[in-house]
Write a protein that binds this ligand. Structure first.
Ligand code: NAD
Ligand code: UDX
Length: 456
């Protein structure tokens, strides 16, 4: 049985995943190491550097018992029996494959560091989302091992979603473990299965070969994102025809073969995963001579881009074709509710386009205001940041709701209307509010894929 486990990378995945493992395996020492010392200090103090419901409690339960965060990556590699690699794998911004391929520099540095500092046989677990056949590349790096070193590489992609990370980890739909089809590979798989089996029912722990596990992760995200783009494509038709996307989504979703989840039309998907992983898949297809397959998946991202542009175009059109000098309150900046994460948030592009129209933008968000500041504060003085949504809307010509925070459903829209310029516009980019109620208050209401409600 594994007694000492290390995770390299204390981010949105590494931190929560290891906290949950530590909670369920009190006899296993769990160490999380990261080169970002501020992040390490925050985790180690019991106040995680990321906002995630329920996370702080889970971390505190094991901290000081069998969970620890450290900046000394190299030393910990030498002590570990199993090493999860959960470093970032963003889209490459330079050189060959720029804008599509995964940037594997952090991953490769980690692999080399493991090779140099491991002092006992180690099972290396890919937790990061990686292109298919990355485990093979890792194995090739490990072929340069010193005498006595032994490495077994597994792929164990993570399926948690931000905002629900703890419940996803506590009760996953499945855990997927890929390993080599050799006795040593199977033994390594068994070690990892034993860890998850402490709290995950056995039938939900799936095993596969490494490449299938790697590809399943990209494919799952591509399918999920494709659903969002599909419903958003239908929302565009709704707006042209008077059909209502909520009725259409219900009608589609009640077909058990389709299912009702992930059919919420909105301003487009964001987050650090969907776009990155699809582009990664597209690149993979191109590399393997499958241009038609590449174009098919690429369209999911193209449509997502279009959805954000469409949202702003509609704002401009109904606000008399000019936004110059107008104040617009953005309700929400995080890429979804219950997270402070702003990576690839649709709000970024929407805000940029509004600024290009010379609008004045006031951003509010319960958790992502700091993230918004990092994106925009240096670039222009036409962006303001306000924690109170009522103040953000004060004197505004329009409110655009961009993140599905429950808080925004509970606001007093009469009070908001009273403080706004006339005519007052409300653009519900997440279909969170009752358009009829808002219309009765006096708003001109534009919701995604729903009929306009225009008063004065
Ligand atoms: P993140 O940026 O939040 O965290 C990555 C961490 O790795 C950072 O803190 C960084 O400092 C650290 N790091 C980088 N190089 C390092 C090195 N050489 N040594 C030690 N630490 C190093 O990223 P994340 O959101 O946690 O994602 C990690 C991986 O998991 C990515 O491949 C991502 O695609 C995948 N993933 C993410 C999610 C999600 O919801 N965020 C879900 C499933 C899978
Ligand atoms: C996603 C996957 O769900 C998860 O399994 C994977 O491990 C990481 O990527 P995440 O990006 O954290 O998780 O959140 P998710 O709930 O999938 O939402 C992604 C984006 O799609 C958000 O911007 C969300 O608002 C949007 N979305 C989702 C919609 O617009 N409509 C929907 O119906 C669902």
């Amino acid at each position: 049985m594994i007694k000492r486990l290390l995770c390299i990378g204390a981010g949105y995945v590494g931190g929560p995943t290891m906290a949950v493992i530590a909670q369920h395996c009190p006899d296993v020492e769990v160490v999380v190491a990261d080169i970002n010392h501020d992040r390490v200090a925050a985790w180690q103090s019991g106040r995680p550097p990321i906002f995630e419901p329920g996370l702080e409690e889970v971390v505190r339960r094991s901290l000081g018992r069998n969970l620890r965060f450290t900046g000394d990556v190299e030393h910990e590699i030498g002590e570990a029996e199993m090493i999860f690699v959960s470093v970032n794998t963003p889209t490459k911004t330079f050189g060959q494959g720029a804008g599509r391929a995964a940037d594997l520099q952090y991953w490769e540095k980690t692999a080399r560091s493991i090779l140099h500092h491991a002092r006992r046989p180690v099972i290396v677990v890919e937790k990061s989302t990686l292109p298919v056949r990355t485990a093979e590349a890792m194995e090739r790096i490990f072929k340069n091992r010193r005498q006595g070193q032994r490495f077994e590489v597994l792929s164990n992609p993570e399926f948690l979603a931000e905002g629900t990370a703890i419940t996803d980890l506590e009760s996953p739909d499945r855990v997927l473990i890929g390993g080599a089809e050799t006795p040593a590979g199977q033994a390594a798989i068994d070690e990892l299965v034993d860890i998850y089996a402490r709290w995950v029912p056995r039938e939900r722990i799936l095993t596969a070969n490494v490449w299938s596990a790697e590809l399943s992760k990209l494919a799952a995200n591509a399918f999920l994102a494709q659903r969002v783009s599909s419903i958003n494509a239908i929302s565009a038709i709704c707006e042209q025809t008077g059909a209502d996307i909520l009725s259409v989504a219900t009608a589609i979703g009640t077909d058990r073969r389709i299912g009702s989840q992930f059919l919420r039309a909105g301003v487009g998907f964001g987050g650090s995963c969907f776009q990155k992983d699809i582009l990664n898949l597209v690149y993979l297809c191109e590399q393997h001579g499958l241009p038609e397959v590449a174009r098919y998946w690429e369209a999911v991202v193209t449509l997502n881009q279009h959805q954000k542009e469409r949202f702003v175009r509609r704002m401009i059109r109904v606000m008399f074709n000019t936004l110059a000098g107008k104040r617009i309150a953005l309700f929400g900046f995080a890429f979804k509710a219950n997270t402070g994460d702003t990576r690839e948030s649709p709000a970024i592009q929407i805000c940029q386009e509004l600024l290009a129209e010379q609008a004045h933008v006031c951003i509010t968000d319960p958790q992502a205001l700091e993230g918004a500041r990092q994106v925009f504060s240096a670039s222009t003085d036409r962006v303001a940041f306000e924690s109170d949504p009522y103040k953000a809307a004060d004197g505004a010509h329009a409110v655009a709701l961009l993140t599905d925070w429950a808080e925004y459903r509970a606001l007093d829209y009469r009070r908001i209307y009273a403080a706004m310029e006339r005519p007052a516009f409300l653009f519900d980019g997440r279909n969170q509010l009752d358009p009829e109620e808002l219309y009765q208050i006096g708003f001109n209401v534009y919701a995604i894929g729903r009929p306009d409600r225009t008063s004065l």
